[in-house]
Ligand binder design. Structure first.
Ligand SMILES: Cc1ncc(C[n+]2csc(CCOP(=O)(O)OP(=O)(O)O)c2C)c(N)n1
Ligand SMILES: [Mg+2]
Length: 191
């Protein structure tokens, strides 16, 4: 499965979610499917997309938050899985695209290429609902089930180590930050 196809499969559901992406390829791919003000592409802060997502989920319990993460980024902040399990917000889905690679910086193999099982780590960190979803059909089902479950879910999808031809995005970090902040303010003032 290619990540772009995977994103395309879940994209219709993301329009109603607050979405935080890992930096690099996944951000560019989601952006290429169509930007929305509820999408935040976390640049530079490798490993922290799930931490930002956790904060948003705890602060905005009425909103569904989805984090689109990468294997190497999660490996860099493995404690995040324990913290997610500890606070287990019902409105958070952590979807990890595992391409066994640091694709965005040249494609070096990550530790999932040599045996680390992120779904297993999530489970043993105390996350109750963990699923592997390695085909488009499985991801579609697992993601829909995660939305319906209304409990913290961690999904791990093996994807091919291929990315976009170009990493250029015509929305700047600051523009995205301000637009996303205004979107969140709009939600907060309505609730
Ligand atoms: C603290 C920090 N270290 C290193 C980088 C450089 N960097 C950007 S993306 C990336 C690899 C991310 O790999 P992964 O999370 O698996 O995502 P993929 O690129 O495979 O989609 C690295 C090392 C960074 N942005 N921040
Ligand atoms: Mg990767």
């Amino acid at each position: 499965m290619q990540r772009l196809e995977a994103l395309n499969t879940i994209y219709p559901l993301l329009k109603d979610h607050i979405v935080v992406t890992n930096m690099g390829a996944v951000a560019v791919e989601l952006y290429s499917l169509g930007h929305q003000p509820n999408f935040f592409y976390l640049e530079h802060s490798m490993g922290l997309a799930s931490s930002v997502g956790l904060g948003l989920a705890l602060c905005l319990p009425g909103q569904q938050v989805t984090v689109l993460d990468g294997d190497a980024s999660v490996l860099m902040n493995l404690g995040t899985l324990s913290t997610l399990a500890r606070y287990h917000p019902a409105n958070l889905i952590h979807l990890i695209f595992d391409n066994e690679s640091l694709l965005s910086v040249g494609g070096f193999p990550s530790a999932t290429a040599t045996g680390t099982d992120l779904a297993g780590v999530a489970k043993s960190s105390g996350v109750e609902h963990v699923a592997a979803a390695d085909t488009l059909e499985d991801l579609d089902q697992a993601f829909t089930a995660a939305v319906d479950r209304e409990a913290l879910s961690v999904l791990v999808s093996k994807v091919e180590a291929v990315g976009p031809a170009s990493f250029a995005m015509d929305i700047g970090l600051l523009e995205n930050r301000i637009q996303f902040g205004r979107f969140l303010q709009g939600i907060s003032s309505k609730s």
